[in-house]
Design a protein around this ligand. Sequence first.
Ligand code: ZN
Length: 137
Amino acid sequence: MATRRKTGKKKMAALLKSVQMEAPPKNHVEELQLQFRIYQRNSGVTCTKEEWMAAVTKLAHEYSKGETPTAQQWVDAARDATVTCDKCGGTGTYQWGACVNGRMTHSGTCFRCQGKGRQGQDDFKRNYGHNMHLRVI
Ligand SMILES: [Zn+2]
């Protein structure tokens, strides 16, 4: 537990300034790596690490146009990569109910991917919420 001694406003400003000045440029790469790991963790809601990495790697190489992707390009790819929806298998339609003549009695737009058939970061975040909700009930 940190001490609760109040730091004066002036002192705090000086402290922040010194922290920023001391920050070496490589911290930017560390930030990107952290961001990448967050995206990677989010994707765990829907797919395995391997599936997600395959999608990200493909996209990162598209962004770098065949060159070795930069840290920024890796993060951009991690943000934009999508994977096949785990709920509807990429059809965008979720079916449920009883199977009659090979068709389910009910179907509707897949809520996990919102009918896109693929899930990206926005979907992972939303579905993480759904999963948490289910766990509570
Ligand atoms: Zn879906």
